[in-house]
Design a protein around this ligand. Sequence first.
Ligand code: ATP
Length: 206
Amino acid sequence: MPDKINTSNCLRVGITGGIGSGKTTVCHIFETLGIPVYDADYWAKWLITNDPEVKQAITGLFGPDAYLPDGAYNRALVAGIVFRDPEKLAALNAAVHPAVERHARTWHEAQAKQGLPYTLKEAALLVENGSYQLLDRLIVVTAPEDLRIRRVMQRDGISEAAVRARMKNQLPEAEKVEVADFVIVNDGERSLVQQVWAVHRVCVGH
Ligand code: ATP
């Protein structure tokens, strides 16, 4: 009877890391072990387009042009404003993050009923916005900066300057590592599978 399972036994584990560190790659390995992954960046975009409360808050902040006539989010307009206005950026985050947190919790509760030992929440920004503190454990994926830049240039077909511009919004790796429970080093030398397995064993036996 799934309803009888104590869902509080199922840990909420965050996984983060700088751009191109390999979060998604590492998450795919956890998925092969049967651990479900909540992709916070994907769901944030989904909620911005589909959640009436979030849409109302965004329209209140940026006006009706924040959504195009077909209902699509006008990312270019909003990005242009928040790029120049840090207060608007903070207000946008304050509108979106609590909605993602609520949605992630509901998702986790549903997964926990399956009797899983833990689930993963993957997000680029978990330490920067303090939301890692709402989770039970934190995994930080690291990789040397030059390797991260090369991987993203290759993956996204963009310039080094464009990758560095994206990196600017993120904390240095060392500050993330400081608050991590587990660090997975994705330097192309150490085995990712072995490192994931070591974390998995600890989280299963918590
Ligand atoms: P982002 O923050 O941009 O979402 P990410 O941290 O999720 O990135 P990935 O998308 O997993 O990083 O990895 C970035 C790129 O590097 C991908 O193209 C991926 O296939 C490649 N990559 C990651 N890890 C390795 C590795 N150990 N060996 C070779 N390529 C790798």
